[in-house]
Design a protein around this ligand. Structure first.
Ligand code: ZN
Ligand code: ZN
Length: 264
């Protein structure tokens, strides 16, 4: 290879990896478009991950856990510590990069920002973001980050505590933050997957046309509603699309998915 063409920093994980030439997608940006588009829903999903993880703290809300806990002296403490640590990491990483983006994009502080004290005048002693409920903080941070992923990916290296305030500061680039946030989503879903029951159901996906394969679960599953009144949904494991369960019943009866109603 002659010219030193820059390729996507995702390397072998690049969503547009060239399997023949064995290199990530050529781009002058830190991450290629395909990688950013893959990261987008994962990072948006962190808002729900956080809320779902919070529910794991309340065993009575999940029958599956409640059944296991009743009649047992053991409290499910280890898992809850893991859950709390992951939640704390999600808040830390999301708000860290929310802050860096606010500085880079000259975004105003949240309107309910804490009063500015005179010692918070430099980048190393930033104005603290207003104290809000942790779930709301994640939502606010993702609301800043998700629409600006290309901007985040382009941020130059800056010293941050990677996963928590106890960490030694290290230099991280914005594109690494995109990967870190995407990984957090994967870790959250993995943790939730161990405690949330999935019911695989037959059928093929209306969105990505994924087919069932003999001997393999999926692609469609119905998630167990955890609260009375939760919507029943059918989900695709391959493309993460979901829709109302009654549509699935129509599909099973007619073998045709009804037209999706376009949200007004
Ligand atoms: Zn890529
Ligand atoms: Zn699908």
């Amino acid at each position: 290879m002659g010219g030193q063409e820059h390729v996507c920093n995702s390397g072998e994980q690049c969503r547009a990896f060239d399997p023949v030439a064995k290199h990530a997608y050529p781009t002058t940006d830190p991450l290629c478009r395909a990688c950013l588009e893959h990261a987008q829903p994962a990072i948006r999903g962190l808002v729900f991950d956080y809320l779902d993880l919070a529910q794991l703290h309340e065993p009575s809300m999940s029958q599956a856990i409640a059944e296991r806990a009743s009649g047992s002296k053991e409290r499910p403490i280890p898992i809850s510590q893991h859950v709390e640590a992951l939640q704390a990491e999600i808040i830390h990483v999301a708000t860290t990069w929310e802050y860096e983006l606010r500085v880079a994009c000259h975004l105003s502080d949240p309107h309910n920002s804490a009063p500015i004290a005179d010692w918070h005048t430099t980048l190393t002693k930033p104005v603290p973001l207003a104290k809000v409920r942790p779930g709301a903080a994640v939502q606010r941070a993702i609301g800043v980050i998700a629409p600006r992923l290309d901007r985040l990916a382009a941020l130059p290296a800056t010293a941050v505590c990677p996963a928590g305030i106890e960490d030694q500061p290290v230099d991280m680039c914005g594109w690494q933050a995109v990967q870190q946030l995407t990984d957090l989503h994967g870790r959250a879903r993995a943790m939730l997957g161990r405690t949330t029951r999935r019911f695989w159901i037959p059928g093929e996906c209306w969105a990505c046309q994924a087919h069932p394969v003999r001997g393999v679960d999926g692609p469609l599953y119905r998630s167990e509603p955890r609260f009375e009144g939760d919507p029943m949904q059918v989900n695709c494991d391959k493309c993460s699309a979901y829709r109302a369960y009654p549509d699935y019943e129509t599909y099973m009866a007619t073998l045709l998915w009804p037209e999706l109603e376009v949200a007004a």
